[in-house]
Design a protein around this ligand. Structure first.
Ligand code: DP6
Length: 360
């Protein structure tokens, strides 16, 4: 048997500045519009270890130290299985060799912070290295996209653009870095956690409800492409005011289309709306835009600002009743390989499991 080295990678979530919502192909996660995001730094991360062995009979997955059985825990597990299979085939791994994969988030899955983007990116990164595939970031982004659309952007650091592409096979739908993570280091995401609950409607379902039923959505794909062009110019000019306005308007536009869906989809809650008002008051008192709110498929607020304003934004958020926790996160560099594996920590069940089977 060819030996594949055990590998561990860490990757981070990203926050969309211009959102992905609505898919032209839901099996391949091909979007109707391009999107733009900022990769977050390592203060929030997913760590994933992979190992190949012929001592087990099927691929085995651990998520946060629990073994995943079919159809449980995460709706993305089927996508994960598919991608593991495709990458193994690409590397010419024989059928009898199976993967053991363990993944752990540094933030709780129910914290309202999306883990599918960092999880998908960390997995593809670790597999690429373990299987000696030497894939380009474009190729890794395509694999990560099939796990979760937004994961294709977490394969890269800095400011990232996911080109929607036009091909049916999705080979032109992948993410590219548009600005290195050191290019605008001052950018900061102040996250206000307002709810720890899991979202009622998973994004994988919400995408299709909105694109099929919302009349407002019809204008969204083109609008998003235009917003990206304008945002890229503001990023080039390091013009925060210009960028901030587009960020808020794009989030509002996506949530308007969600509300316009049938049945309506409402991810924001009362506290989210209070955050919007608090940021409006802050910007008004300043006489210019120093902070920009944006919401994904959930009620937690991401407030984008620049570092010198971060404390003021934090204070404004602290004064909002219902905000449970505030995190400050900078621009991240994208995934990397690390030494310490989840299989080497004797406290973890995946480590005990491996020791037993490898000793058998
Ligand atoms: C609202 O990436 O979770 O966060 O492709 O079905 O996995 P799937 O969807 P997902 O959608 C995230 C949508 C969003 C906006 C964004 O991140 O661009």
């Amino acid at each position: 048997m060819v030996e594949y080295e055990e590998r561990t990678a860490v990757a981070t979530p990203n926050i969309a500045l211009i959102k992905y919502w609505g898919r032209r192909d839901s099996a391949l996660n091909l979007p109707f519009n391009s999107s733009l995001s900022m990769t977050l730094d390592f203060s929030l991360r997913t760590k994933t270890s992979v190992l190949f062995t012929n001592k087990v009979r099927k691929d085995i997955f651990y998520l946060n130290h629990r073994q995943i059985s079919n159809g449980s825990v995460s709706e993305k597990i089927d996508n994960v299985r598919k991608v593991v299979k495709e990458m193994k085939e690409l590397a010419g791994v024989t059928e009898s060799v199976k993967a053991v994969i363990a993944s752990e988030n540094s933030f709780p899955m129910d914290s309202g912070i999306a883990s599918s983007a960092s999880g998908g990116a960390a997995l593809v990164y670790a597999l690429n290295s373990s299987l000696n595939l030497n894939l380009s970031s474009k190729e890794m982004s395509i694999f990560a996209r099939k796990i979760s659309g937004s994961a294709c952007r977490s394969v890269l650091g800095g400011i990232v653009k996911w080109n929607r592409g036009k091909r049916e096979d999705g080979l032109d739908s992948y993410a590219e870095e548009v600005l290195d993570y050191k290019g605008w280091e001052e950018l900061t995401d102040i996250i206000a956690i307002v709810s720890y609950r899991r979202k009622a409607i998973p994004s994988s379902v919400g995408h299709d409800i909105t694109s099929v039923t919302s009349p407002l959505y019809r204008i969204r794909p083109e609008l998003a492409e235009e917003s990206i062009k304008r945002a890229l110019k503001f990023i080039r000019d390091r013009d925060f005011e210009g960028l901030g306005e587009i960020i808020m308007r794009d989030s509002n536009n996506m949530h308007a289309a969600m509300l316009d869906s049938w049945p309506p989809i409402i991810y924001m809650n009362d506290t989210s709306i209070k955050v919007i008002h608090a940021i409006e008051r802050l910007n008004e008192s300043e006489g210019r835009i120093i902070a920009a709110y944006t919401f994904d498929a959930g009620p937690n607020a991401h407030v984008i600002t620049v570092r010198p304003q971060a404390e003021r934004v934090r204070k404004a958020l602290e004064s909002v009743r219902g905000v449970k926790k505030i995190l400050k996160v900078g621009v991240g560099q994208g995934p990397k390989l690390v030494e310490e594996s989840l299989f080497s920590n004797p406290r973890y069940p995946e480590s005990r499991f491996l020791r037993e089977i490898l000793a058998a």
